[in-house]
Design a binder for this molecule. Structure first.
Ligand SMILES: Cc1cc2nc3c(=O)[nH]c(=O)nc-3n(C[C@H](O)[C@H](O)[C@H](O)COP(=O)(O)OP(=O)(O)OC[C@H]3O[C@@H](n4cnc5c(N)ncnc54)[C@H](O)[C@@H]3O)c2cc1C
Length: 392
């Protein structure tokens, strides 16, 4: 039976980033992916690194989002150096567009909220914004300028992260579906993958939207809560389009409450997205395309004759409270890093840092209590008392 210090279930950006950090600690790490690693949500994303909340519930995410954005340049430098690949990390800021008679009020409210949360934001007139992005449409009634926001090409990033983790000694297995977790007593001791038992001191479940499809199998003693109790994750579909235009060249992200346009370095403009409860069906629909194009053409009407060069959809790992699930369970050796919903590209560096600290030292300096996998389980208080014991 093969054996590792840490098995990571899922080779998306979250799993790959955790592997990259743990491999630097000289741990023997394996990333197991049921398909080609990096081809699920992390491949489908727009790549905006936007720490501002998109709803009142999301305010609890802001400290983690700010920390992750702070870590990004250092994270990118380490990944690019180890992988020798570019990730197209770019910090050109975002114009958030408001329309209608209440545009300025809504913009001012957002700017005030951002300041309250310690995020940079400034009011700007649409004419001023057009000096930087001439394609900005006439419906813009007010603009919030968000100078700290950045973008990355998530497909390049996830490929680079996996290459960097491998370069540090991580074993990455494709086409290796984890069917079950293995337990001995009150400890998770490995996984069953494609009929093979693989042992590990620590198992990190980072399977994105698919965590619920992994079953728990108790060996020897005792029964354990189902994985779903720690990670009640559900898929939230997002459709996307890539456009190429001879007339519109963007440098900054343009966004409204209806959609966004994200420039890529190769000249493509990524237009998104929908938020749909469609199960695990990845599909692009006429309704989704219409919704994306309506928002895109309002932001930049000159895109009307752009070429649609690609269409795709992906599944965001959503959670009941819209917050990610990061940290130890109350079973020794079982960790969760999932549920990053709309922000997994942004949150990968901080998630990886927190997981590394916990697994290596048994604690994290970042207060991630709100993201605990135990918040969904009845055993929460008991487990919190035992938490210190679960670090390796
Ligand atoms: C349309 C869209 C736009 C987005 N835009 C942004 C954005 O602009 N900014 C941002 O920060 N975030 C964005 N996101 C969210 C972001 O993509 C996700 O939060 C993030 O990619 C989640 O990463 P992950 O590694 O947890 O999941 P995934 O990338 O989905 O990876 C999970 C991996 O687990 C594997 N797996 C599943 N089950 C098993 C199993 N049983 N055994 C082994 N492996 C398994 C899968 O094959 C997959 O490779 C967007 C998402 C979508 C869909």
């Amino acid at each position: 039976m093969s054996s590792f210090d840490v098995i990571i279930v899922g080779g998306g950006l979250v799993g790959g980033s955790i592997a990259f950090q743990l491999a630097a600690e000289k741990l023997r790490v394996a990333v197991l992916d049921r398909n080609v690693p990096g081809r699920e949500a992390s491949w489908a994303a727009a790549g905006m690194l936007s720490p501002g909340p998109d709803s009142s519930e999301a305010s609890a995410l802001v400290p983690l989002a700010k920390e992750s954005l702070r870590l990004y340049p250092e994270f990118i430098a380490a990944i690019e150096q180890a992988s020798n690949k570019s990730t197209d990390f770019t910090r050109n800021g975002t114009f958030e567009m408001f329309r209608g008679p209440e545009a300025e009020n809504a913009r001012d409210k957002m700017v005030a909220q951002f300041h309250h949360l310690g995020l940079a934001a400034a009011a700007m007139s649409p004419n001023e914004a057009r000096k930087h992005e001439p394609s900005l449409g006439p419906q813009a009634g007010a603009i919030a300028w968000l100078p700290e926001e950045a973008t990355v090409d998530p497909r390049r990033l996830v490929e680079a992260v996996l290459a960097a983790a491998k370069q540090r000694g991580t074993e990455i297995r494709a086409n290796c579906p984890v069917d079950a977790l293995l337990y001995e007593g009150n400890a998770c001791v490995g996984v069953l993958a494609g009929g093979e038992k693989i042992a590990a001191q620590q198992v990190v479940v980072a399977a994105g939207s698919f965590c619920g499809t992994i079953s728990d199998r108790a060996h020897e003693v005792g029964s354990h809560p189902q994985l779903r109790q720690y990670a009640p994750v559900h898929p939230v579909r997002g459709q996307m389009l890539a456009l190429r235009s001879l007339t519109v060249q963007l440098k900054k992200v343009l966004r409204s409450q209806y959609g966004y346009l994200v420039p890529r370095r190769d000249g493509r403009i990524i237009a998104g997205s929908t938020l749909e409860d469609a199960g695990f069906v990845k599909q692009v629909t006429p309704q989704g395309v219409r919704q994306i194009l309506d928002a895109a053409l309002e932001l930049a009407p000159a895109l009307v004759d752009a070429k649609i060069v690609e269409e795709w959809s992906g599944l965001r790992p959503g959670t009941p409270d819209l917050l990610p699930i990061i940290g130890p369970s109350d079973i020794a050796g079982l960790w969760l890093a999932t549920g990053h919903y709309r922000n997994g590209i942004l949150l990968a560096p901080a998630t990886a840092m927190i997981m590394r600290d916990w697994i290596v030292t048994g604690k994290s300096n970042f207060n991630a209590e709100s993201f605990s996998p135990l918040r969904f389980t009845a055993a929460k208080s008991h487990a919190q008392a035992n938490r210190g014991a679960s670090g390796a």
